[in-house]
Design a protein around this ligand. Structure first.
Ligand code: NAD
Length: 279
């Protein structure tokens, strides 16, 4: 079975660099697809309360018989639960659905700056970590000002920032801030969600031919060599297998540089929502 490398987070915990994300996996299919993912070797699952499929994830993990500590499990706090003691209640509900006593990583899903409660939510996540309900805590879709605000106020640096990132939308300002502060970047939409055609871009195509790999595998390999954590989504087992088969080749420095050049300087490569607009 493929051995997946890990990255050490700033709190000392290890995260498998490649996982399986279940955004838009229908709840009725989730137990099957997560079971298949675990079967073919994935040990890192990324879900969220808002995906509505935590029950399927929990059922698959429990039925797999794989010891809980061998699986890295992430879920996320939804936007309408930042206030008061809601984060604790929300995590409790997620844990029940996931059939576990703790998550490996709990994230604030979006900063929702117009509500401006993300600092309070971050303080609550620190409590949840101290109560060992979440081993690591982090954020998602946070821009540099949001990151700076929570760190300046609490002194606690998030373990990760999970942001939309792919060759056409490289978020260099956030990636540089994260590298300087020891925050791991998790790249969501690593394949452009199928909305941005990364696969026919020349450097991706050329590397695909050179290495006898699919364009999707080349893009995933680029993320891994950049040091990002990824969890591409698919409901097809043959793609789950292919997305895992990215540890037997290496892109050259020139191939990496050519893909780096695909970044859209004006941000036009973005396929998802802008964090300022999600409230
Ligand atoms: P993705 O870039 O992983 O794209 C998924 C799509 O790519 C699939 O629907 C499929 O059509 C295609 N695909 C997958 N494997 C392929 C292959 N081998 N060859 C060709 N096409 C392939 O986008 P995503 O699902 O949005 O992102 C991955 C994960 O990131 C999600 O499942 C979720 O866990 C997370 N996510 C987080 C946020 C957030 O706000 N934090 C937002 C979106 C996604």
């Amino acid at each position: 079975m493929t051995s997946i490398p890990t990255i050490q987070l700033n709190d000392g915990h290890d995260i498998p660099q490649l996982g399986y994300g279940v955004f838009r996996v229908p709840p009725a299919d989730t137990e099957r697809t997560v079971s298949e993912a675990l079967e073919v070797g994935y040990r890192h699952i990324d879900t969220a309360a808002i995906y509505g499929n935590e029950e399927g994830v929990g059922a698959a993990i429990e039925k797999s018989g794989i010891p809980r500590h061998e699986i890295f499990l992430t879920t996320k706090l939804w936007n309408d639960r930042h206030e008061g003691d809601e984060p604790r209640a929300a995590l409790g509900e997620s844990l029940e659905k996931l059939r576990t006593d703790f998550v490996d990583l709990y994230l604030i899903h979006w900063p929702t700056p117009a509500r401006d409660n993300y600092l309070h939510a971050w303080e609550k996540l620190i409590e949840l970590r101290d109560a060992t309900l979440a081993r690591s805590i982090g954020v998602s879709n946070f821009l540099v000002p949001h990151l700076e605000k929570i760190v300046a106020s609490t002194g606690v640096i998030p373990a990760v920032d999970q942001i939309e990132l792919h060759p056409a939308y490289q978020r260099r300002d956030i990636a540089e801030w994260a590298a300087a502060h020891g925050v791991a970047i998790e790249a969501w939409g690593p394949l452009g969600q199928g909305k941005y055609d990364l696969f026919s871009l020349e450097p991706v195509h050329a590397a695909s031919v050179a290495h006898g790999k699919t364009p999707a595998q080349v893009v995933l390999r680029w993320h891994l060599q950049k040091g990002f954590v990824v969890f591409p989504k698919s409901v097809r087992i043959e793609r789950l297998r292919k997305n895992l088969a990215v540890f037997d080749f290496t892109l050259s420095d020139a191939e990496i540089a050519a893909i780096d050049d695909l970044d859209s300087a004006d941000g036009s490569g973005r396929v998802g929502s802008h964090p300022d607009d999600v409230n």
